[in-house]
Design a protein around this ligand. Sequence first.
Ligand SMILES: Nc1ncnc2c1ncn2[C@@H]1O[C@H](COP(=O)(O)OP(=O)(O)O)[C@@H](O)[C@H]1O
Ligand SMILES: Nc1ccn([C@H]2C[C@H](O)[C@@H](COP(=O)(O)OP(=O)(O)O)O2)c(=O)n1
Length: 232
Amino acid sequence: MKQLIMCRLDEVPVIAIDGPSASGKGTIAQLVAKELEFHYLDSGALYRLVALKALQIGAAVSEENKLAEIAANLDVAFKDEQIFLDNMPVTDEIRTEECGLMASRLASYPLVRKFLVMRQRAFRQPPGLVADGRDMGSVIFPDALLKVFLTASAEMRAQRRYKQLIEKGMSANIHELQRDIQKRDQRDSNRGVAPLQQNADARLLDTTSLSILQAQNSVLEWYRECCASKRV
Ligand SMILES: Nc1ncnc2c1ncn2[C@@H]1O[C@H](COP(=O)(O)OP(=O)(O)O)[C@@H](O)[C@H]1O
Ligand SMILES: Nc1ccn([C@H]2C[C@H](O)[C@@H](COP(=O)(O)OP(=O)(O)O)O2)c(=O)n1
């Protein structure tokens, strides 16, 4: 007889990976999710989608209420590694530095963040979730089984982002990128609500001189340690 297995969503394991821009969060989170066959949440994409919509309709960065309304009514879909806004594919469009900077600005509004909370928590589904962003471990999934603060030097992050944008066929300038990354680090770390910071319960992973594989293996090893100590 088929048994109905009930699973409380707050018991679904979460790996929270937070850190600054271009530290490798998305890359490592996706690889770990694939390895564990977990779901994946790119929370930064939600802020970038709000930014893109705002740019499309000409909403100004000063219009908190309008931006919050966009966040509340965002029509998005994540399908097979593609992202859709209002049924249009925008996977690469949201990756521009223009969108990143706008996202960082509007992410400092408490009302915008508030309207994105439930959307992010809805990604917590069996058998597990790997979520990356700035406040995954501190605000969205404070009970995450493993919290990682992933970082790398600003120079290395600018180089990685430069290579990534060029490979996507987008134009980029290494000096402007480094300046933008530092500006964004400062804004994301110093805002009043859900600032980017390494919390006491997060493990630090500096990938400046690590390969992608080494970083992925560190997270997987830590996760296995957490499972062993909590017997998940
Ligand atoms: N440990 C690493 N070593 C070398 N390159 C990396 C490493 N981690 C990530 N990258 C590369 O850096 C770029 C930015 O990574 P990404 O995952 O988009 O960062 P984030 O999500 O933190 O903005 C990607 O092209 C990725 O392949
Ligand atoms: N959980 C999150 C995720 C992103 N943000 C904001 C702050 C970031 O500068 C922007 C864009 O985030 P994203 O993770 O896509 O940026 P990077 O890929 O790391 O450059 O959104 C946030 O405030 N909280």
